[in-house]
Design a protein around this ligand. Structure first.
Ligand SMILES: *[C@@H]1O[C@H](CO)[C@@H](O)[C@H](O)[C@H]1NC(C)=O
Ligand SMILES: *[C@@H]1O[C@H](CO)[C@@H](O)[C@H](O)[C@H]1NC(C)=O
Ligand SMILES: *[C@@H]1O[C@H](CO)[C@@H](O)[C@H](O)[C@H]1NC(C)=O
Length: 328
């Protein structure tokens, strides 16, 4: 049980979640109700597992957003102001509390809270967490949500870890040891979106995050559906050769049971519209996209296209309305 003890000692040293707001480094941009206002909506980004909000790659993406839609204020979501604690929080923590903290931070943010809406970009697990934010709080409200390689229908296996990545390996050991225990469900982030169709009863009973935000339990939360239906865009990207996310089809909200893939439109969650996904689809707001390469292989060109099609000024007509690619 070496791994478990390692993880426990890490858990013991994790700082308490801080609720302080970072000073804003960007210049303040006026957002008025003026119809002619072409100031782009602010962009919020939620990074993935093992990343931290201060990473160079995220700053580069923020600057790309600014190139495409000049004047974009980008806020990179963080659970902790300390970058290394923010990385730890991608592995460890109770997602209910993490999302509550993000809700509180965004609501209290002097600029984001006064914008008519924001756009959102979710990388990997950050995608389903942003969806959780929208369903549970949505203030400021999100206009366009774009997710890349996110685990909307959960994972049925924990990702491979680098041999020296002991946080990752510790998390993996903990997940395998007792996925459904309250101990693991309240502390290990990926366990809270673990969803193996062969353990569906346990998932429904014990999942601390995904079974709830996916409205899979008997009692559906109407607010979740209403909030998600307010999106003008929900774009889900799958990485064609994703080997990190198992199964990769989860990024399109599909269900994989053994070798059977059930696409979202054939699932009860859609047909009975537990989450408003069908409503979004009927108004042309739901997009299934695929891009080449492995998990998180993002090119600047792809990001530029995404930013130009889905983000920008409030009230603009959103672009990129080509045929949905679900039957690829
Ligand atoms: C539904 O979700 C909202 C937002 O998180 C919450 O305030 C409300 O209590 C939930 N309703 C039920 C019935 O759980
Ligand atoms: C996570 O935190 C919430 C809010 O404090 C709590 O209600 C829930 O029981 C916690 N989850 C687990 C699995 O302990
Ligand atoms: C997945 O497949 C197994 C074995 O065929 C079956 O027992 C189980 O009910 C399926 N689960 C779902 C959610 O369809």
């Amino acid at each position: 049980m070496a791994k478990l003890t390692t993880v426990l000692s890490i858990l013991a040293t994790l700082p308490l979640i801080s609720s302080s707001i970072l000073p804003i480094k960007h210049k303040q941009l006026p957002l008025s109700d003026d119809d002619d206002n072409d100031t782009p909506l602010p962009l919020i980004i939620w990074h993935g597992l093992g990343d931290n909000y201060a990473a160079d790659g995220l700053a580069e993406i923020a600057s790309l957003a600014e190139d495409v839609n000049p004047g974009t204020l980008t806020y990179i979501i963080r659970i902790d102001d300390d970058a290394s604690a923010d990385r730890s929080a991608t592995f460890f923590g109770n997602l209910t509390l993490q999302i509550e903290k993000v809700c509180a931070d965004l609501t209290a943010h002097p600029i984001l809270s006064t914008a008519p809406a924001v756009d959102a970009l979710g990388f990997s697990q950050g995608g389903q967490f942003l969806r959780g934010y929208i369903e549970r709080c949505n203030f400021p409200p999100v206009r366009s949500l774009v997710t890349f390689g996110s685990q909307h229908n959960g994972i049925s296996e924990f990702q491979k870890c680098g041999s020296t990545d002991f946080l990752c390996r510790g998390a993996q050991g903990l997940l395998r040891s007792s996925t459904w225990s309250a101990f693991v469900q309240s502390r290990l982030v990926p366990a809270q979106y673990f969803r193996d169709p062969n353990q569906y009863e346990q998932y429904l009973e014990f999942s601390n995050f995904l079974a709830d935000i996916n409205n899979e339990r008997e009692v559906k939360n109407q607010t979740y559906k209403e909030n998600l239906e307010k999106l003008e865009r929900f774009v889900m990207y799958v990485f064609e050769d994703d080997e990190t996310v198992i199964p990769k089809e989860t990024s399109w909200f599909a269900e994989v049971n053994g070798t059977d893939v059930t696409l979202l439109r054939d699932r009860a969650i859609y047909k009975e519209d537990w989450l408003g996904l069908k409503t979004l689809d009927k108004k042309g707001a739901l997009k299934f996209e695929m891009t080449a390469g492995g998990h998180m292989s993002l090119s600047d060109n792809l990001l530029k296209k995404v930013f130009s099609d889905n983000y920008g000024p409030y009230g603009r007509k959103l672009g990129g309305s080509e045929q949905s690619k679900e039957d690829l």
